[in-house]
Ligand binder design. Structure first.
Ligand code: SF4
Ligand code: SF4
Length: 351
């Protein structure tokens, strides 16, 4: 499990367990949910539409065998049902916000009854942005419910009447792979629910979503030029396991992610100028665009670009191989320093 999330989850569980720290525990739970939701937001903002209905682990055992949009639907349908049908005993966000229509979902259930091709075709029908809006609306509504809870509420148990209400709502399929959920929720007290649908269930599915995105990135960059527009080598980059390259739609390089349109300004500029990369540009030394706006911090990358201008991409990759054999390092700046000419000299010396 992601270490940071796991620590936050443990801390939250300890705090909500004692009356004196219960309020702090609710704050910790809401903070954990914020951090996790940021991960979902980052996925929604950084991956192309097709990524949301692909199943790179189809047939595998585990949460990662689903699609991204199915995972989002499933996490928040479960939370919506539990928060509203069971805890608040009012109407679900799906209905009050007319989200079945907005998301174009053919179902109102949690999706547990779907498998393999059923998940894939369901995912293709969904409107990802509308599903994301639904997720956001459920989160905010649940946060309000959580803030109103008291320590005494934790012992609240659920009854057959509660089970019947969920069943009658049609929100859980009567298929054997789904209907067990009703007993599972109703046999817990409220404290048990806080530990699952509102926290751990998110963590497990969001971790699986990260596995899916990483796999999609690896698949996307297969056979693609491994030199980035800025001059970095994807094969030697510390983000290589998470980034699908700036030459594909799966570019999750940090500079692309912090650019408003999700496109790296250097990649954009190269495309506009009809260049293969910044290494073909005569303005490179003075350029302050995008990644290069970091100045000295990225002079090592400019040195690599200039090296490509003189010797080509293959030669740079072979020098990087040599350097990695000689020394353990994460970022090339650790070896080439922050001076363009000094960096070039080091590259030349390692041919
Ligand atoms: S961050 Fe840049 S160099 Fe690294 S893998 Fe992504 S595109 Fe390639
Ligand atoms: S102007 Fe800068 S960003 Fe644009 S191609 Fe030249 S070096 Fe790259």
């Amino acid at each position: 499990m992601n270490k940071e999330w796991s620590e936050m989850n443990k801390k939250m569980q300890t705090l909500i367990g004692k009356e004196s720290t219960f309020a702090e525990g609710v704050d910790a739970l809401i903070e954990l949910r914020e951090v996790l939701f940021e991960q979902i937001t980052s996925i929604v903002n950084n991956y192309p539409e097709e990524a949301f209905y692909k199943m790179p682990f189809a047939g595998a055992e585990g949460y990662h065998s689903k699609t991204l949009v199915y995972s989002m639907w499933h996490i928040f349908r479960i939370e919506d049902i539990v928060a509203h049908e069971l805890i608040a005993k009012d109407r679900q966000v799906l209905f009050t916000g007319d989200f079945q229509k907005k998301t174009k979902s053919p179902i109102i259930t949690t999706g547990n009854e779907l498998h393999d091709e059923g998940i894939a075709s369901f995912s293709r029908e969904l409107d990802t942005q509308a599903v994301f809006e639904y997720c956001r609306a459920v989160k905010s509504s649940s946060d309000e419910i959580l803030r109103k809870l008291t320590y005494k509420d934790l012992k609240r148990a659920f009854t057959d009447e509660d089970k019947k209400r969920i069943l009658d709502s049609g929100s859980v399929s009567t298929n054997e792979s789904a209907v067990w959920l009703i007993d599972y929720w109703c046999e817990k007290d409220l404290k048990g629910l806080l530990k699952m649908p509102f926290s751990r269930h998110w963590i497990m599915h969001i971790e699986a979503m990260c596995r899916i995105t990483n796999k999609l990135c690896q698949k996307a960059k297969k056979g693609v030029d491994q030199i980035a527009y800025c001059g970095l080598s994807c094969a030697h980059c510390f983000l290589k396991d998470y980034c699908g390259s700036c030459r594909t739609a799966y570019n999750t390089c940090s500079y692309a992610k912090c650019s408003p349109d999700g496109v790296c300004p250097n990649a954009k500029c190269c495309k506009e100028k009809g260049l293969d990369g910044c290494y073909e540009c005569e303005d490179i030394r003075e350029c302050k665009q995008g990644f290069y706006s970091l100045g000295k911090e990225v002079h090592a990358i400019k040195a690599m670009s200039l090296f490509i201008s003189s010797h080509g991409k293959k030669e740079l990759q072979s020098v990087l191989e040599n350097l990695h054999k000689k020394k353990e390092f994460e970022k090339i700046q650790e070896v080439l320093g922050d001076d363009i000419d000094q960096g070039l000299q080091i590259l030349e010396a390692n041919r």
